[in-house]
Design a binder for this molecule. Structure first.
Ligand SMILES: C[S@@+](CC[C@H](N)C(=O)[O-])C[C@H]1O[C@@H](n2cnc3c(N)ncnc32)[C@H](O)[C@@H]1O
Length: 247
């Protein structure tokens, strides 16, 4: 009997689309990293940083380019392989954000870019605080489609109808035991409808669908979008940055 690969959990589904994830997901705006520097009270240059749930390394690369000494932490095999292929100069360890495989007090900054909502904060907070030096910073980032833009709000309503409430929306949970500073940055990128649909296909809810359901969802979205955008569209984002210091 042929052996079957068990379906991944949603948290680890991204590996099925690792290359597309890296190609189509948005980068973080430079202002997000400036905000991390401002809220953490130190420059990224020379900082010892762990980027957790690093995936294909979208945030890790940006941190590295700003002079940080970054290590990526990623539980998924395929995302880790994509990272290593793209960023051979940045170290990566396989590990879980709920129990970081990092030495106590060894870091100035721990980042979770678009990955905190996949952890259990009751375990992830103490784990991150343990790895930080006193005064070090825990920074969480999300790149969400900006719901204040009408077509994004309409799309969100369609997505919620298809997948259920709360889908595709990052749940910004900031545990009460720490004192957080928060900033939301608005920006957009101009992409084709095809590019936008390819980005939608990298969301875990879509990856978890079977192929025919995913195709039906994307075809329905294409029909809606091409009515308003014959070619290019402005894909608007609200990037949220929240930072707390280790007491
Ligand atoms: C939406 S992707 C974000 C990837 C990257 N940080 C970025 O900004 O594009 C979420 C990542 O979190 C990882 N992940 C899932 N569960 C995790 C956990 N418990 N601890 C750490 N990372 C986790 C997934 O494998 C995936 O690579």
């Amino acid at each position: 009997m042929a052996s079957e690969t068990p379906p991944p959990t949603r948290a680890l589904a991204f590996g099925r689309a690792a290359r597309a994830y890296d190609a189509y997901r948005p980068r973080y705006p430079g202002a997000a990293f400036k905000t991390v520097e401002e809220f953490s009270g130190r420059p990224l240059a020379g900082a010892r940083v762990a980027d957790v749930g690093t995936g294909t390394g979208i945030a890790a690369r940006a941190l590295h380019e700003r002079g940080a000494r970054v290590v990526g932490v990623e539980p998924g095999a395929a995302m880790a392989a994509q990272f290593r292929g793209e960023l051979p100069g940045i170290p990566l360890v396989r590990g879980d954000g709920n129990r970081l495989p990092l030495a106590d007090g060894s870091l100035d900054l721990v980042t979770y870019a678009q990955s905190w909502h996949w952890t259990d904060p009751a375990r992830a907070v103490p784990s991150a605080l343990r790895a930080l030096r006193p005064g070090g910073a825990l920074a969480l980032m999300w790149n969400d489609p900006d719901p204040s833009v009408p077509w994004v709000a309409d799309q969100r309503a369609r997505i919620e109808k298809w997948f259920g409430p709360g889908c595709f929306i990052s749940d910004v949970r900031t545990p009460a035991e720490l004192s957080w500073r928060k900033r939301t940055l608005r920006w957009s990128r101009r992409v084709t409808v095809d590019f936008h649909l390819a980005k939608l296909a990298t969301h875990s809810a879509v990856i978890m669908l079977d192929a025919s359901e995913a195709a039906a969802f994307l075809a329905a979205e294409r029909a809606q979008l091409t009515r308003h955008f014959p070619g290019l569209l402005d894909e608007p984002y609200a990037t949220t940055v929240v930072v707390a210091l280790r007491p």
